[in-house]
Write a protein that binds this ligand. Sequence first.
Ligand code: CMC
Length: 428
Amino acid sequence: MTDKKATLTVDGIDKSIEFPVYSGTLGQDVIDVRGLTAEGMFTYDPGFVSTAACESSITFIDGQKGVLLHRGYPIDQLAKSSNYIELCYLLLFGELPSDEEYDKFAQLISNHTMVHEQIVNFFKGFRRDAHPMAILCGVVGGLAAFYHDNLNITNEKERYVSAVRLIAKMPTLAAMCHKYNIGQPFMYPRNDLSYGENFLYMMFGNPCEEYKINPVFAKAMDTIFMLHADHEQNASTSTVRLAGSTGANPFACISAGIAALWGPAHGGANEAVLAMLDEIGEESEENIQRFIDKAKDKEDPFKLMGFGHRVYRNFDPRAKVMKETCDEVLEQLGMADDPQLKIAKRLEQIALEDEYFIERKLYPNVDFYSGIILKAIGIPTNMFTVIFAMSRTIGWISHWNEMIAGGHRIGRPRQLYTGHPQRDYPAK
Ligand code: CMC
């Protein structure tokens, strides 16, 4: 915080209005405009381009420099040296765990992986061909009906129980969505496996034969979980915060976050990237250029999927790690010549040299390469966004917890009304 002030003068108002300016530990200063309503005005910022909606100490992004820090630690260092469970602890509690704290936390998560047996009945109500994100939205919201024993959100311990339940049960529910789609029996979690191994086991195992976990896949899954774990006040996290600001229970809030994530401008982009690569078809300059031209055409709503970001205007540090992971995984699987990987790389190269993308500072984002890795692991395309939701659950719940613990007001934006002025209902 500083003693800096911002002064606003408005045509037609003869006094100027002063606002406090705050500095965080990093990043741009913010002007506290809360006093503006007393002057009979609001700010107008569709898309929240210039609005900080809250104070937070979880994640920091510098979009100009391509920096992403979780509790101060750079994402590339975390991806290289940490693991998803440790990152969950860090995001939730603010510090890295000691060995003892880590073991206790990992054990606790393992102890909560099973879901209530009646949740199976919930699944049975869905059509087999339902999109797994549709199922996940419903089932996660429905968890409040099964785990209402710890829903007093003013109690820190009860909030922690819900957080642990969500982190632990998301892979189980995600894998159940897939199994339901393909008509195979649900696999109970195995608590002797790591978070990533267990997810693969529940996705690809079946009761008839032993499933051998490929360590390359398990490591890649863990990296994907880490790269998606949190991203400060993105659309789905802001949705979770807004829902949570009303006092709604955490399962309802996370379900709202899943709904917001589903859109192709957000988490749905990973599925859309693969659809785009499929549509490009064969690798040829002509095919790729057609899609670049389509993305640049103002008359066409199509956007190059996996490209661009509201905050990153240089590069997305997650995309850098994701591309390296993609190269490593495909190399280890003997798939370095994968045709879609080749198309993606060529597409990236052409876009990065094109004036349209240079001028608008559009770079590949985290979702550009994630789908290629997931596909190589054997994950069906309709599960890509579900995996994003699983990974992001820790970010959502950490922000929700921070907001509830820190004190907050209900989120209630205003509007610039452009409708009809008051008029009388016609006499009959
Ligand atoms: N392809 C072509 N043009 C683009 C693209 C793209 N992918 N992204 C932005 N633009 C253009 C946009 O049309 C606009 O052009 P102009 O100034 O001529 O009107 C300019 O670049 C600025 O874009 P914007 O739409 O104002 O940017 P935004 O901050 O509102 O949107 C975005 C950010 C991520 C929604 C957008 O870039 C996009 O739709 N990208 C494709 C979807 C995608 O990959 N989403 C995943 C985001 S990262 C994962 C996550 O956090 O969910």
